[in-house]
Design a protein around this ligand. Structure first.
Ligand SMILES: [Zn+2]
Length: 191
């Protein structure tokens, strides 16, 4: 199978979701305590395990299963989320060790092509996602009061604390769960 067309890069700045609820997935960044971030990450990993164990549909791209559709399959989203957790764990460690580190851009589409997300095994992706989510959750569980206030900057100038970084990360993960659920709805309607 040829490599599928890469979706349009997502240039949207999602940092606004830290201030108000997301109109697409309904996520509200500030309606829970920061001490719950770790537990919420673990819970999301369980949801992903379910989403990635649906049979053939897991590797189909919505809305109609066409491999050249511009929307990622559940499998591709799952591999992306696993890699996001790994990237964010690395960034998290830098935030705690260095003073206001700057994060370089991460091209998620390049990562998807290079990692051949569409050819990965869904069970292995689910397992890798759970491991990466667990490692990330452990980090958040151990943050001290001072640690929550440590800062970092993104290459576009957006500024984060460890706390807002965690809330932002959770939105990313929850939003992709919503993406996958919507994709499944569209794919099932087609049958
Ligand atoms: Zn959202």
């Amino acid at each position: 199978m040829a490599d599928p067309v890469v979706p349009e890069p997502d240039h949207k700045d999602w940092t606004w979701t830290l201030d108000r609820s997301c109109s697409e997935c309904g996520y509200e960044a500030n309606n829970y305590d920061r001490s719950e971030i770790g537990a919420k990450i673990r819970a999301s990993a369980a949801t992903w395990r379910g989403l990635l164990s649906g049979g053939d549909i897991v590797s189909k791209r919505p809305p109609d299963g066409d491999p050249n559709s511009p929307v990622w399959s559940a499998l591709e989203y799952g591999a992306h989320v696993r890699d996001v957790y790994e990237l964010f764990a690395d960034r998290f460690d830098k935030m705690l060790k260095k003073k206001n580190p700057k994060f370089r851009d991460w091209d998620q589409n390049k990562a998807a092509v290079k990692g051949k997300y569409h050819k990965q095994d869904p069970d292995q992706v689910a397992y890798g996602l759970a491991v990466a989510a667990g490692a990330m959750a452990d980090r958040f569980d151990k943050v001290s009061d001072d640690g929550w206030a440590r800062t970092a900057e993104r290459s576009d100038g957006a500024s984060f604390t460890v706390e807002s970084f965690g809330r932002y990360l959770l939105h990313d993960i929850e939003h992709h769960i919503h993406d996958v659920q919507q994709g499944y709805e569209q794919l099932r309607k087609k049958k």
